[in-house]
Design a protein around this ligand. Structure first.
Ligand code: IPT
Length: 981
């Protein structure tokens, strides 16, 4: 489309670094009874002087067929020439008419008190000019910040017309280089507000809580005179809000118990309803205290995202985020990297989440040019940056959930950041200031790092980290709490290493916690011609410069289905821990909440023998307050375990007994229903004492469910071709690289595996002989052009009705020649008939797991179809591994199939495509079953780590080539009933 050649130069404000002209000073959001009129809905719209069409507000025009989305992470999608932007600057014209309600008095008659009117925009990306009835009101920048314009006498009784010109690029874009889609338009609410005089435009609630006395102090600064405050529950009726009012007993607000008090602020002409949360924030000796107690932040970074609507979120979606977070034990959110829609903060206040409220600021792309001309240190940008900070703090200051102010993200360092910090501190001395980019922590109150590895966090926890660049600042930094503002990059399969991070967070008081990067994959929903849904990432819209699927790095998939990463995170951070002491026959529960007791939970135990529950009961722990441990001596439980007899199915000697302990919600909580599982732990009952008791007691009938499946194998014939498919099993050491395997540029694991040719191993049979019923096949597997190889010896022997394989593997070549190369996996690949569609197994499940991400899976009997075994990462990659299977049965619809038994265990993945196809497909819908069931039976895997952004797998989770032995039993099987879980 040709654009008006004048547009680039005719709107000087677009490239003026100044924040704008005409908007009113920022103020708090408030629930006022003054009249308001939503201007959301269908507006007239045209892009670049094209034809007029309709466009909803709020929305991004790129998601409604005008232009297209573009994704870059750090790179600016335009030349770095601050404050200028290219001539090619998509510009949208919006207009709508509205009828002024009859009782809305734009201009007061003489005898009447005055009423002003404001036109409010909660979010316009990235720069806009607004006019009412043809008269310009002003222009503004700061996409995720609210702007209000006085419309006064311009408002007409009857029909009015509001026109908004929105520019995609502006000087403001230099300050908005967040890692997200570039999407434009009026994407948050537009409202006309009546402001009666005297105005109650702004107020600032200070509600402090004294943890020693349990008292609260309430003082509300108000702009305006004659304001009265009532908090009926606290006995305050029409008092002066300034107080201070000392309230002898008040319940504190915390993320765990978000107690709020309904309050009303009133002038003669306006009533504002608010909810007050009392709490105190303090730092003592480098430890973050809220309400006098150290708190642990189990956080996530949250971008606003909806796969169809982008950053135009409705309340239902925000609520969904909050509920999902609460149900998965997340207690903190960093609003990366801009203030969210204020309804989200309302929900955080209501349901209880600690918030790091971040200013709409990032200038990361300047890093690529050595931070030259970074706005953060250029006085021409001071006003713009201060304006952003003021708009953040003023809008959100009354949310008890807001714990820290954050200056922004990845904006380097400089005087303007220092000025923002200084302004913040003087405006709100009660909240600590966060900014990760300030490595010396000179102007912040929190020492923050992103992607620090475990060893660094450990050193910081011990207070033994290297000193700051500026020695004068060192003492300050050592006296402030530490947070990982980003860690555990949740891109694709992973993150690995969460348990180890949590151990550090739980160990060191100085480590206040962290925020996983990030909450949601920002995939954009698309549909294939035949109606299948998929999610687009960078490059899918033909962007000339983009960062691919780095946009898909969340704990939930774009449609908010929890990924295995979220399930793992929830298990790792659950604030309820169980321990079993077999020598004392004692089960204990530890309360790792910061404030609340465990009285909202109901505890139960069960024992399963070979995956079948054989006994169960409840556990009546005494009241356990935060930080405490309660112990129950488990005589009853032990005697019932003793009664666990044979269930007739398996050999008693081989039976596995597992104790599972659970904590579920005893009553409904606002965020989950009674019965929701909050914590669990499993303990093998095979240590001395426990099983011997069980074994010594008289076998009795199982006390509950027993075998409901019947599989027979001894006499089954091998289905056609299956035996050959089994004996054709070949050593396989590659996996379709995960995003984490691809992390780290040219030195990525994926590259090194490819260079070593692990994805194109050839097999050479050295010899194949049979002696005393044992067939021995010795092979060497190696890649073309490499002299490194793996010697594999397969020993096959008939057992009753089956085949036993003993595989021995050993690297061929000097260990030094292998260097520090890891193997993606060590196991076997089998090409089986695709008619095998169902997999039942006994082992860890039901979800996928890997060696450094397997806290969330438990021992049990599971059954899933082949499609259900796949995890649909936005970009296809290794997935779906099930760990520590004792046995597995793969069957077709006729019940015939293959049974595998581990000697003792194996990992498996079963998929309808090869690893090569999995690695090559850009999106899941591009994977096509190839007519084979690809079964991977693995002894071990390389860990997942988080090298897509951060450290790789810990040394103990690496798989190095070394001597290994792996034994399995294969049998034909006929399953006559589906196993019951
Ligand atoms: C870090 C960014 O702060 C965040 O926005 C996101 O881009 C994340 O990385 C990766 O997904 S910055 C990086 C240089 C560590």
């Amino acid at each position: 489309m040709t654009r008006d050649p004048r547009s680039a130069v005719s709107f000087a404000y677009v490239v003026d670094p100044a924040p704008g002209v005409g908007a009113r000073p920022p103020r708090t959001t408030a629930d006022s009874d003054a009249p308001s009129l939503s201007l959301n809905g269908l507006w007239e719209f045209r892009l670049d002087q094209g034809p007029w069409t309709g466009l909803p507000v709020p929305a991004h025009w790129q998601l409604h067929g005008h232009g297209s989305p573009a994704y870059t992470n750090v790179s600016y999608p335009f030349p770095i020439e601050p404050p200028f932007v290219p001539d090619d600057n998509p510009t949208g014209e919006y207009r709508r008419t509205f009828e002024l309600p009859a009782d809305w008095r734009p201009v007061a008659a003489d005898a009447e008190p005055a009423t002003r009117s404001l036109l409010r925009f909660d979010g316009v990306d990235s720069c806009f000019a607004v006019s009412l009835n043809g008269t310009p009101l002003g222009h503004a920048k700061g996409s995720r910040l609210a702007h209000e314009f006085e419309v006064g006498a311009l408002l007409r009784a009857g029909t009015n017309i509001v026109e908004v010109l929105v520019h995609q690029w502006s000087s403001g874009s230099y300050l908005e280089d967040q890692d997200m889609w570039w999407l434009s338009g009026i994407f948050r609410d537009v409202t006309l507000l009546a402001r009666p005089e005297p105005a109650l435009d702004d107020f600032f609630v200070h509600a402090d809580w004294n943890h020693v006395t349990g008292s609260g102090t309430l003082a509300i600064e108000t702009a305006g005179t004659g304001v009265r405050l009532s908090v009926p529950e606290l006995g305050l009726h029409d008092v002066d809000p300034a107080g201070p009012h000392l309230i002898e007993r008040v319940e504190a607000w915390s993320a765990e118990s978000p107690r709020r008090y309904d309050a009303v602020l009133r002038t003669d002409r306006e009533t504002v309803r608010l909810q007050i949360g009392f709490r105190s924030i303090a730092v003592v000796d480098g430890v973050l205290l809220v309400n006098g107690a150290p708190i642990t932040l189990r956080g996530v970074n949250r971008h606003e995202w909806h796969p169809e609507h982008g950053r135009a979120l409705d309340r239902a979606t925000m609520l969904q985020d909050v509920l999902l977070m609460k149900r998965h034990h997340v207690n903190a959110v960093r609003t990366s990297h801009y203030p969210p829609h204020s309804a989200f903060l309302e929900l955080c206040d209501e349901y209880g989440l600690w918030v790091v409220d971040e200013c709409d600021l990032e200038t990361h792309g300047f890093e690529q040019v050595g931070w030259r001309r970074n706005p953060s240190d250029d006085p021409r940008w001071e006003e713009a940056m201060l304006d952003r900070m003021r708009r953040t703090v003023e809008r959100d200051k009354n949310h008890p959930s807001v714990l820290f102010w954050s200056l922004g993200n990845e904006a380097g360092t400089g005087r303007n950041l220092a000025a923002m910090a200084q302004w913040c501190r003087s405006r709100d001395p009660e909240r600590p200031i966060h900014y990760e980019g300030d490595r010396d922590s000179g102007y912040v109150d929190v020492y923050s790092r992103m992607y620090a590895n475990h060893a660094e966090v450990d050193a910081i926890g011990r207070r033994e980290e290297p000193p700051t660049d500026d020695p004068a600042l060192d003492a300050h930094r050592r006296a402030v709490p530490f947070v990982l503002c980003e860690y555990a990059h949740a891109m694709g399969n992973g993150p690995g290493g969460l348990s180890e991070y949590q151990r550090l967070i739980d160990t060191y008081p100085r480590v206040a916690g962290g925020f996983v990067w990030e909450w949601i994959d920002h995939g954009i929903a698309r549909t294939t011609a035949d109606g299948r849904r998929w999610y687009a990432y960078g490059g899918d819209f033909g962007e000339p410069l983009h960062d691919g699927n780095f946009i898909a790095d969340g704990l939930v998939f774009p449609d908010r289905t929890p990924s295995p990463g979220l399930i793992e995170f929830a298990k790792v951070i659950t604030p309820i821990r169980f321990d079993l002491d077999l020598t004392l026959n004692a089960i204990s529960v530890t309360n790792r909440y910061d404030f609340r007791s465990l009285d909202h939970l109901a505890f139960a135990w069960s024992v399963a023998r070979d995956g079948h529950q054989v006994a169960s009961g409840t556990l009546d722990f005494p009241e356990t307050v935060a930080g405490d441990t309660s112990t129950l001596v488990t005589e009853d439980l032990l005697s019932s375990v003793g009664e666990v007899g044979e269930d007739g199915e398996d050999n008693q000697d081989a039976a596995e007994l597992w104790l599972t302990v659970t904590a579920r919600l005893a009553q409904d909580q606002p965020w989950a229903e009674a019965g929701h599982e909050m914590a669990w732990a499993q303990f093998p009952l095979d240590a001395e004492g426990f099983t011997s008791r069980a074994a010594a007691s008289t076998p009795a009938a199982a006390t509950s469910a027993s075998a409901s499946s019947a599989s027979s194998s001894a006499s089954s014939p091998w289905p056609a071709g299956l035996r050959d498919a089994v004996t054709a099993a070949r050593l396989h050491v590659w996996r379709a690289p995960t995003d984490n395997d691809r992390g780290g540029g040219t030195r990525s694991l994926a590259n090194r595996w490819a260079q070593a040719g692990l994805h194109r191993m050839r097999h050479r049979t050295i010899d194949d002989s049979t002696e005393s019923g044992v067939r021995t096949v010795r092979t060497r597997a190696a890649a073309a052009a490499s002299d490194l190889g793996l010697l594999a010896t397969y020993r096959w022997r008939e057992t009753d009705g089956g085949l036993r394989l003993d595989l021995a593997v050993e690297p061929d070549g000097e260990p030094a020649h292998w260097g520090d190369l890891t193997l993606p996996r060590l196991g076997l690949h089998l090409a089986l008939p695709a008619s095998l569609t169902q997999v039942a197994w006994f082992g860890l499940g039901p979800g996928e797991s890997y060696r450094d991400s397997r806290a969330a899976v438990r021992i049990g009997r599971w059954s899933l179809s082949v499609p259900e075994l796949q995890t649909p990462y936005v970009r296809p990659q290794e997935n779906g591994n099930r760990s520590a299977a004792r046995w597995a049965e793969l069957t077709g619809s006729d019940g015939h199939g293959l049974r595998l038994e581990g000697l003792p265990t194996f990992d498996f993945a079963a998929r309808p495509w090869s690893d090569a196809a999995l690695a090559a497909a850009p999106h899941p819908h591009e994977l096509t079953p190839d007519g084979i069931l690809h079964l991977h039976l693995d002894l071990a895997h390389d860990g997942l780590g988080t090298a897509s952004c951060g450290p790789g797998a810990l040394p103990e989770h690496r798989l190095r080539p070394s001597k290994a032995e792996f034994s399995l039993l294969f049998r034909p099987v006929v399953v006559t009933a589906t196993p019951q879980e």
